[in-house]
Design a protein around this ligand. Sequence first.
Ligand SMILES: [Zn+2]
Length: 365
Amino acid sequence: MSEEKITLYPSNWLYNAGVVGLLKVLEYNKISFEINEQVIINKSAIKESYEGIFQYHKEVLEEDFSIWGKNKRYPNYIQSGQKEFFKNYYVEALPRVEKNGNKKCSWCEGYFIPLELLEELERKFSGRDFSAFMEQREKFQGIHFAGLGAAITEVPNSFWNLNFSIPICHLCSYLIIFNHLAFIKTSEGEIFINAPDFKLIWDLNRFAENLLQKSKEYGIRKILGSSLLQWAIKRRALLGAWTMMNIEVIVKKRVRRNNTFENIIDYFDLPQDITKILLDYEIASLIEEIKEEKIFDLILQGKFSEIEKANYFVLKAILKLKNKEKISENDPIKKYFTNNNLEYLKKVSGILPELYLKILEKIGR
Ligand SMILES: [Zn+2]
């Protein structure tokens, strides 16, 4: 008997998005999994996820999902005539994948359907060319990312390992049909926050989704920044420098090129200093306590010295308010604070200097 569980380790963003998409389907269908830096699933979950992905599209996304023939997401992933074979035999065989001494996967540890099972599959195969069908399951190619557009084929080397026609395993070629589920709609395109740690990816994307329920208009910088801040506050954990350095947002955009629309892939990340600051529990808590988007924006833009300036105007405003003077519309305080209430400003004047000091300490200035 082979292992009943499979451990999935973080890899390139496309693979990670596939895993996160799978987890969304498993979660929706109440199929258990473990998530930490790695993800551990029961092999049986692979088969269950196939029914699950159709159900998820129907019930959550209210969309018909298809992977055969011409279709919106994964055109020709399988041929129309292979639909029944794929469901009844191929997907049935997938939970029995195991490591193979002769074949390697460029993305994961490499999980392949054992040879004796492949022979059985070949007897059930409905098409003409079984080896061509299998070859498509062992190479990363057009059928796996048609929905992602030309970007990958044009500049293969700028993608961690996402070269054209590289060897992948049966499990990866299956996981890939879940990748679109990991993406979140924003006003700047669909995004997926990637990191070298699955729990971190899971959390950050969840926080981003929650934030977007408040406003659809948030830009990517703000979405990423807020997710990091939430993570620091809710998880209170320390991340390694390497992990922090490798948090990035993958952005899927539709652009007009030569009169047709194309999907392109773009990347976004925050400067290291800003990431470090937002992931610091104490700093994040102070920012949260201030509850002012304008101050948060300053930090997101790396304008740290403006915090000191802001505090100067806060103190001046407090004096004015104490003297029963009115704060005029063009008072500099308006540039930094929406709320000009005396009690609030008093509270903030106690936080800003501490926040500024902690930021300087964190970035070593
Ligand atoms: Zn693989």
